[in-house]
Design a protein around this ligand. Structure first.
Ligand code: APR
Length: 288
């Protein structure tokens, strides 16, 4: 979803196309949700169980006809009673200590899911933290693999407009948000335009505030909200971040806060929330 005035999808920072929320993947209103399944595709516990419960019996009936799925691969079905139109079932690796190709298999789950989504014209997709529950993959390691793989795909393709990482619990949310903020700047957009590199003097204040204002406008468009204090936000972020890396990180944090807020229409960012996001960014970027 983009306005005429918005820069083309590919020239928007990748951090605007990736959102981190804390919640239940079965409640996500996106084109497709990804299921952390097993090779049989015949249901289970965790995310798999939640998705089958929410989708209803039609999902299992279709899964029975798929003939299973190999670890690292993915298959697609309809969403049935879910808000999402599609379910992409992928089978993550079982953690065996990290010496049996688990990292590559996990990355393949994200890549294959995105490739399937692209082939079906899916624009918005939500992922759980694949393999980090019953399959025992360490969450911090899986988080970096998930975020890097998704950012790398988005940097090469404009088919997907929004990827949402749906985290179960605050620890996962914080890990994913940190990873997105930290890694988003490392991936060029397909047009070859890197987000402007940080300059020691920082970007001109006025230019930076204008860029922040545009990013706030994108968040408003994606989530159907209006920041009642947008000018103050753009000014504060532009002044306290000083360069594009920091500003991108703060707007990524705001994007996730708006997603979790789950409201429409006029919203105001409490000063404490903005301070927490700014302080988190300063810690992440203090080494730059
Ligand atoms: N929404 C979002 N995330 C969820 C939800 C939910 N409703 N329920 C659980 N999670 C999180 C868990 O907290 C965990 O971080 O999803 C992550 C993946 O956990 P699992 O569902 O256990 O998936 P995985 O580790 O990949 O193991 C897959 O478990 O359920 C069985 O049939 C499944 O055999 C397969 C195995």
């Amino acid at each position: 979803m983009s306005r005429g005035s918005d820069p083309p999808l590919m020239q928007r920072p990748l951090s605007e196309r990736v959102t981190v929320v804390e919640g239940d993947i079965t409640e996500q209103h996106v084109d497709a949700i990804v299921n952390a399944a097993n090779e049989s595709l015949l249901g289970g516990g965790g995310v798999d169980g939640a998705i089958h419960r929410a989708a209803g019996p039609g999902l299992l009936a279709e899964c029975r006809r798929l003939g299973g799925c190999q670890p690292g691969d993915a298959k697609i079905t309809a969403g049935y009673n879910l808000p999402a139109r599609f379910v992409i079932h992928t089978v993550g690796p079982v953690w065996q200590g990290g010496t049996h190709g688990e990292d590559d298999l996990l990355a393949s789950c994200y890549t294959r899911s995105l490739e399937l989504a692209e082939a079906r014209g899916i624009r918005t997709i939500a992922f759980p933290a694949i393999s980090t529950g019953a399959f025992g993959f360490p969450l911090p390691r899986a988080t970096v693999i998930a975020v890097r793989t998704v950012l790398s795909f988005l940097s090469r393709s404009d088919s997907i407009s929004q990827v949402i990482f749906v985290c179960h619990g605050k620890r996962a949310f914080d890990l994913y948000l940190d990873a997105v903020c930290e890694l988003a700047g490392e991936y060029a957009t397909p047009t070859g335009l890197h987000p402007p590199a940080p300059t020691t003097q920082g970007t001109g204040r006025g230019v930076l505030q204008e860029q922040v204002r545009a990013q706030l406008g994108t968040i408003e468009e994606v989530w159907g909200v209006r920041f009642v204090d947008k000018e103050r936000l753009a000014r504060t972020i532009g002044e306290r971040c000083g360069d594009r890396w920091g500003a991108d990180s703060v707007t990524a944090g705001l994007n996730s806060w708006v997603a979790v807020l789950g409201k429409k229409g006029d919203i105001e960012v409490p000063p404490g929330v903005l301070d927490r996001i700014l302080d988190g960014t300063r810690q992440r970027f203090s080494h730059r």
